[in-house]
Ligand binder design. Structure first.
Ligand code: AMP
Ligand code: MN
Ligand code: MN
Ligand code: MN
Length: 272
């Protein structure tokens, strides 16, 4: 089993990087990437001491923009000391702090004061994101669940969904490549695009130097991935797979993806 898309408590995951690595090893994952949102702090905290049966690959899930659309690009197998990458991550860290202030301002205007302090306390040093606001909204009694927090306030098109602040997609792919890594277009079906738009996105990603599409993200239903396989073959791309694990949940996938069905030569892991 391989898992090239997981989150630790260094971003919006529940497990510490150490617990994540140990859990992956004990559940039979042989190659793992910790792909926290816009930070490699979790990866750096464990990369020197990984169980011998597990190969830990450097990873990150970078936020970017393609036009007005927010897109996630996964970087794999890069040099974590790359100057281009560290500068890029510093910029993202600042963008996330600025965005958090704007989100808090919007929530304040919706009758929820103290959101910035609240979400920062929930994040507890992690890279701050909307899930920390959602958790705080539940803890403060403003909503009954995190799902409702997203549905009413934080999700696409809602007041706390602040747009147009991430770096451009092509610059993001270029940074990963400059750091010696491979860029993967994360969960292409999550952007809810028409087939034509998704083709255009894939073309932009390829032109920028992207290496693979994340054909399996979480637990796709049968048939879901057909369109992605077609795109991969048309554009001569590689394939990546990941659980997108954040925490144990009845909806989400557990750690590890079986790769037995993926034709030889197509896995991005064969390029690392
Ligand atoms: P951010 O990176 O701060 O924009 O937050 C995006 C993260 O929020 C995603 O990576 C998911 O983990 C989480 N998320 C997005 N939509 C929802 C939702 N509807 N319910 C719960 N969590 C969500
Ligand atoms: Mn997340
Ligand atoms: Mn994502
Ligand atoms: Mn993710």
């Amino acid at each position: 089993m391989i898992d090239f898309h997981t989150h630790s408590a260094a971003s919006d995951g529940a497990l510490s990087p150490r617990d994540l690595v140990d859990r992956a090893a004990s559940e039979g994952v042989r190659r793992l990437a910790i792909t926290d949102h816009d930070t490699i702090a979790g990866y750096l905290s464990v990369c020197q001491s990984v169980p011998s049966e597990l190969e830990l690959i450097s990873g990150v899930e970078l936020s970017c923009q393609w036009g007005r659309v927010g897109i996630h690009i996964i970087g794999l197998g890069f040099d974590p000391a790359s100057r281009a990458l560290t500068c890029h991550l510093e910029g993202l860290n600042k963008a996330r702090r600025d965005r958090a202030e704007k989100i808090a301002h919007k929530l304040d205007r919706s009758g929820m004061p103290g959101a910035l302090e609240g979400a920062m306390a929930v994040a507890d040093g992690a890279q701050i994101g909307r899930p920390h606001f959602a958790r705080w909204m539940v803890l403060a009694g403003h909503v009954d669940s995190e799902a409702i927090a997203f549905k009413r306030f934080l999700g696409r098109g809602k007041p706390g969904d602040i747009s147009l602040l991430w770096p451009a997609l092509d610059d993001t792919v270029a940074v990963i490549t400059a750091a010696g890594g491979l860029a993967v277009l994360a969960h292409p079906l999550d952007y809810k695009m028409t087939a034509t738009r998704l083709r255009a996105l894939t073309d932009a990603f390829c032109d920028a130097g992207g290496a693979a599409l994340e054909v399996i993200n979480g637990r796709p239903r049968p048939g879901d991935t057909d369109a992605l396989w077609r795109l991969v073959r048309e554009r001569d791309l590689h394939v990546s797979v990941g659980s997108d694990f954040h925490r144990d949940s009845p909806h989400g996938a557990g750690l590890g993806v079986e790769t037995g069905e993926i034709p030889e030569g197509m896995g991005v892991w064969e390029q690392l």
